[in-house]
Each structure stands twice: as structure tokens, then as C-alpha cells.
Design a protein around this ligand. Sequence first.
Ligand code: PMP
Length: 387
Amino acid sequence: MIQHYQQQLAELKAQNQFRQLPQLIHQGRFIQREGKTMLNLSSNDYLGLANHEGLRQAFFAQYQDHLPAFTSSSSRLLTGSFPIYDELETLMAQAFGRESALLFNSGYHANIGILPALADKKTLIVADKLVHASMIDGIRLAQCEFVRFRHNDYAHLEQILQKNDRTFERMIVVTESVFSMDGDCADLNQLVALKQQYPQVMLYVDEAHAIGVLGENGLGLAEQQGCLEQIDILVGTFGKALASMGAYAVCDQVIRDYLINKMRPLIFSTALPPLNVAWTHFLFQQLPHLKAERTHLVSLSQHLRQAIVDIFNVLMPSESCIVPYILGDNALTVKTAQRLQQQGYYCLPIRPPTVPKGTSRIRFSLTADMSFAEVDQLIACLQDFAE
Ligand code: PMP
């Protein structure tokens, strides 16, 4: 029996696709592995808040000896609901200008829970070809009809909506706002305009990589594009720019009530620790004051994107701080990542099935606590590789 799994693993190794958990020591924005210190270019801590000592101290100073509980000990529907949950949900609903918000244990929980709760046999889910694995898993669990449209191709999406208009009672259009592997963006206003032509269409947008980073107050791409109120279900995570853990959806009250009644990961899993939710609440309040960090990140990202295009003459889909260097070949990507690590840059090769075949890449993820000098050194190193 066990040989079957051994053989599968051997195949993965042969294809350069074998995964292992790395042993890492974290030192602020640096990572130490096997005694080598490297700039962490693979973190989702986009605003650089994860290691912000001042914020941490200010948070703990609020409580002194009376920290919020380290566990909720139960699902929220039983005894795991604490006032800080409601406070954060109220704060978020107000900030987004929406009726309600609901918290979840992670973005993965949100995406595998909300879609199956909302969809039934009379529902068609129409998802962008490049949506994250968590949404794909959510769609599979939903057991409803499912079609994908070509990435950011809204003419294709419209064809699908037109074709299925009469067949389904509901159609849920699913997209990310900033795409996790290419760093490019959806055009949410175009999606809203399309949705408004079809009364049975709902828009589901995952802002995991945009919350905190984009928008005047850091509320994401929907804020930046001015359509916060038109997205039916706006989802995001706290584990990235918000330097915490958990996720949210902002939506109408009816949808919130429905999810509380139908969403299995919410009903059947222990709620997040109140301490964790209090930290998220504290950081969420800081978001409007982090404009300097957002502006710095925009310039830093623009600088690296341009340099990669200039040096390698490769495709650069990104418009954000997720900057892919697309090499194509698996083995070459692995080798280049290893060379970068030797030079002091912790970046990882991303290969199929995480990205489509033939598009293996190094995914540089920039954070606001990096300096121009650090990014210039990385660029100089890439330049050396090209010569
Ligand atoms: N959505 C997207 C677009 C993501 O990239 C990720 C994680 N990388 C998630 C959801 C999952 O979020 P979490 O890590 O909070 O489970």
C-alpha cells in the first residue's frame, strides 16, 4: 500500500515538483535558512506590519495584564462568539459602507464555505480561469454547474452569461481583484456593469492580495476603482497585508444571516482566538494612516517590474507588488531561485500545478519595509544572471 505513495512522490521528484517544508528562522524582513541570511521576497506581509515593534507594543499596552483570551473554545454559534468579533464586524461594515461583515478563520475557509453555501443546483458559478485554489475547492464542494472564463476576458464572460441566462436562476461570477500569481488586476467596474445587465448575477470578489495595499484607505481594489457598494460579496484575508490571521466578507445583511445558517466551515469549526481578532481590529483601525507605506510600495514595485522587463525582455503581467519573473521551464526556474538564494534573496520557484504549464516563475513579493537600495541590489544581481 505505502509503495503507491512512495512511487507518487518519486514521480514528483523526477518532475522537479516535490515539495518540502523549509526550516526557517525569521529575523524581521530577513529569513535565515541553513545559516544563510536572506531578504524575504516571498512574504505576503505587504505593508511590512508583521515585524512592527511599535504597533505590537501599542497593542499590548491597551491590555496590560488582561489580554483577550487565547482561544474561543467553541464554534461561534455555540459559545465561541466574543464581543470583539462584533466590534470588528461593525467597524468593517462601516468602513466599507455596507450593511454587514462576517469573519472567518481564514481565506481558505471563506472560499470553501461561502460558495457551497450560496450555490445550489439552480446556480451556475462562472469563475476567472486563474482564480486561487481555495475558490476552485469551494466550487467543487458546491456541486453545482461551473464554467470558467478566459483570464480577465469579459467578452468571453458575457458570452457565457448570455448563453446560460435562461437556464439558471442564479449565476455567481467569481474573480480575484489582484491575482496571486501574476499580480495583475481585474476591472471591477466592467464586471459591475456586466452584472447590472443580468438581475440573477451576483459578484464574488476575493481581495486577499489587495486589502491594505490598494485604495485611499487601504480597503482594496474595489475602493480604488470606486465600486465598494456594487460588489455583492467582497472577501479578503487578514493573513497578508493585515499581519494577522482570519478573513472577512462584506455583504448585505441577508447574505450574512444566510451564511450563519448555511456555511459549514463557520458552523463546524472553532472560532478564531479573541486575542487574534483584537489584533486584527487594532491593525484594521490603522489602515487609513498607512498611506506612506502604500505609496512607497507602489514605487518600489514599479521599479522592479520595469527592471525585469528591461533586463530579460519577458512578459510582465503585474500591476502590483506581486512581481513574477516568468522563465517557463521548471528546472531553470528552480535553478535560478537557488542562485538568488545563494546571493541572499529568499525567493521561491512557483511551478505547475500552482501556475499553468510552461509558465514556471519566480514570484517576487515586495513589502513596504524594504528600501530602494535593497531592491536595487536585487536588480543588480538579476543583471549579473543575464550576462
Ligand atoms: N485567496 C487568495 C487569492 C489567496 O491567495 C489565498 C492565500 N494565498 C487565500 C485566499 C487563502 O487565504 P488564507 O491564507 O487566509 O487561508
